[in-house]
Design a protein. Structure first.
Length: 306
């Protein structure tokens, strides 16, 4: 969460401004009826939310969600991994942009070295979780960390996903020349390791998957800047305050909190609202990015996760 936005004087949401767990339950029930089988809990930082483990238990045992995943900065993962596993969490993704302490501290905006994050990853693996690591690659900042990250994780059973630097939100100073494209990342890794493709055309997974030829693991490339996949996107995002976004780059969401707290609220109307809203979506930001015809304020990733 960038310090230039979330400084010491930033006023965060009050608890009553969050969606309550009962409201989230109603939303999950409606989405399940619409065909949703996977749910990811993401940030801000989900491990800060009181009652998280109990809610995960409900997702698995009440709503029968097939795949419940969590994306975290990893700082509290070592102390929480056991209860998350017991609750029924299926998978963990950890955000880590560098192993070098100085570079990592600069990119997380808090000066935090990766030691605690690596301890969290180890603890999650000890509990039996499949762990993925998301690394956003930015030219001139951490592109020199591609190979160190690949070397460190390739034999540990951790899948690193190298992500092209995207223009999410309005405060990350994005410019095309700061993007290290997926082909360049792949070439860098191939300079040291022999790799072979696993899955480059999945309509379900956002990452292009590769494995090391020596059998020591795999990695992925998420290329939403140089090779956008808007047409195959099946993701919806709900912010903590109840806004539904159908695109990572959306400028406006659908106010679900207001709908859920209306005096006229009815569960059947919620299903219809979601069904109609999804059917009307026409998000194509990543495909239109390079045309020069798009310039707008976008929701911050720290509000809705990745």
């Amino acid at each position: 969460m960038p310090k230039e936005i979330f400084g010491a004087d930033y006023v965060f949401l009050k608890k009553d401004e969050w969606l309550h767990f009962k409201e989230l339950d109603d939303l999950v029930e409606a989405f399940v009826k619409l065909g949703v089988r996977k749910i990811r809990l993401t940030g801000g930082e989900p491990l800060l939310r009181p009652g998280l483990a109990k809610y995960i238990y409900g997702l698995k045992h009440l709503h029968k969600i097939e795949d419940v995943a969590l994306t975290t900065n990893g700082l509290r993962l070592a102390e929480r991994a056991g209860e998350l596993k017991e609750a029924g969490l299926d998978r963990v993704t950890v955000s880590l942009d560098a192993l070098d302490p100085v570079i990592a501290g600069k990119m997380n905006g808090r000066g935090i070295a990766p030691r605690a994050v690596l301890a969290g990853i180890a603890a999650a693996q000890h509990e039996g979780f499949q762990v993925k690591v998301n690394m956003v690659v930015e030219r001139g900042v951490n592109d020199g960390e591609i190979l160190p990250m690949a070397r460190y994780f390739k034999g540990l059973g951790v899948i690193v996903r190298f992500i092209e630097f995207m223009d999410v939100g309005n405060h990350n100073g994005w410019k095309m020349e700061r993007v290290v494209g997926g082909r360049e990342i792949l070439k860098t890794i191939q300079g040291e390791f022999e790799v072979e493709p696993l899955d480059l055309s999945s309509k379900i997974q956002v990452a292009k998957r590769y494995r090391y030829a020596d059998g020591s693991g795999e990695f992925g490339l998420i290329t939403s800047v140089t090779q956008p996949f808007c047409g195959g996107c099946t993701r919806a995002r709900i912010s903590a305050d109840g806004q539904l976004y159908t695109c990572l780059f959306a400028s406006k969401g659908l106010d679900l909190r207001g709908f859920l707290r209306s005096d006229k609220y009815d569960k059947s109307d919620l299903f219809t609202l979601l069904w109609k809203h999804w059917g009307r979506r026409n998000d194509r930001y990543s495909e239109l990015r390079t045309t020069g015809g798009i310039s707008r304020n976008k929701v911050e990733m720290s509000y809705i996760g990745g």
